[in-house]
Write a protein of this length. Structure first.
Length: 285
């Protein structure tokens, strides 16, 4: 081999080594700068209320992380969790939550907050349900009058509550007056508004979108309880369990619970949710 060929080969080898060395440094630095991520599946009623925008920001800043939120119905959130596609869920269907934990998918339920379910509809109230105290009786009147009712139709916690009320009423809703939207709470409210129809909603989402709706609360129903559940690290070793528990500690701690208690008071005149994890906060002025 000629001298110049050897020299060229040495130069090429040195360039290759330098490239690999500096590429490794860049990758290490990029890895160090990358924020850890936590995936939270929650209900559209929570996401549509805007609460998470306020609640998660201080947690992300304090822990230098990013919380990816997937807003779906409770049924879909639980399915995503069973498939191991999320780290933690914030949902509102206690029977399904208890089964989720009992079957070993989740560690335990942590109470977070509550509001209530309400039946909203047009001011003209064609089924004449306003002033009543029972959701079951109201649904009977709606069915009898064949007044348009918009159902979530998405296996969410709200949809399950609606089906429970129909079952107690002894009615299987069907026909042109009963429409399954298959969408989130905000979307369902908009459809009900356009169709001058009734629907079952949580109070928080209704209040958050009240300015764009020509619907009024006609019936106040049962409490709507929300819980947060971390997935089992034994069943899903790939999840970010440590960060999930930090999030739960924040949301159920004083700082998170105060944010929940005060969210909505200034803009809507009342809180959209009430804290459950820390006693005494509701009574504080």
């Amino acid at each position: 081999m000629l001298r110049w060929q050897k020299t060229l080969m040495i130069i090429l080898v040195l360039m290759t080594i330098s490239y690999l060395f500096f590429s490794g440094i860049v990758l290490i630095l990029a890895g160090r700068g990358k924020k850890p991520q936590l995936t939270l599946a929650t209900t559209t009623s929570v996401q549509d209320s805007g609460l998470l925008d306020v609640l998660l920001s201080p947690f992300e800043a304090e822990n230098r992380c990013r919380v990816k939120v997937i807003g779906v119905g409770t049924g879909q959130a639980i399915r995503l969790a069973k498939e191991g596609n999320v780290d933690v869920i914030l949902v509102h269907d206690p029977p399904q939550e208890e089964m989720f934990v009992e079957e070993g998918y989740g560690v335990r339920r942590y109470n977070v907050m509550y509001n209530d379910f309400v039946i909203v509809g047009p001011e003209e109230d064609p089924a004449d349900i306003k002033g009543g105290r029972e959701g079951v009786k109201a649904l009977k009147e709606i069915a009898t009058s064949k007044s348009t009712f918009i159902s979530r139709g998405d296996d969410s916690g709200t949809h399950r509550k609606e089906r429970e009320l129909w079952k107690v009423a002894g009615i299987k809703p069907c026909g042109g007056w009963y429409i399954e939207a298959g969408t989130g709470m905000a979307g369902t409210l908009r459809i009900a508004n356009e169709r001058r129809a009734y629907t079952l909603t949580d109070r928080g989402t209704y209040l958050a979108h009240r300015k764009e709706l020509d619907l009024t609360i006609l019936i106040e129903e049962d409490e709507n309880l929300y819980s947060i559940i971390p997935l089992s690290k034994e069943k899903y070793p790939h999840i970010n369990y440590q960060l999930a528990m930090k999030l739960i500690g924040f949301i159920t701690g004083v700082e998170g619970q105060v944010i929940i208690r005060t969210y909505g008071q200034k803009e809507y005149g009342q809180p959209l949710f009430f804290p459950l994890a820390v006693s005494g906060l509701i009574e504080e002025k």
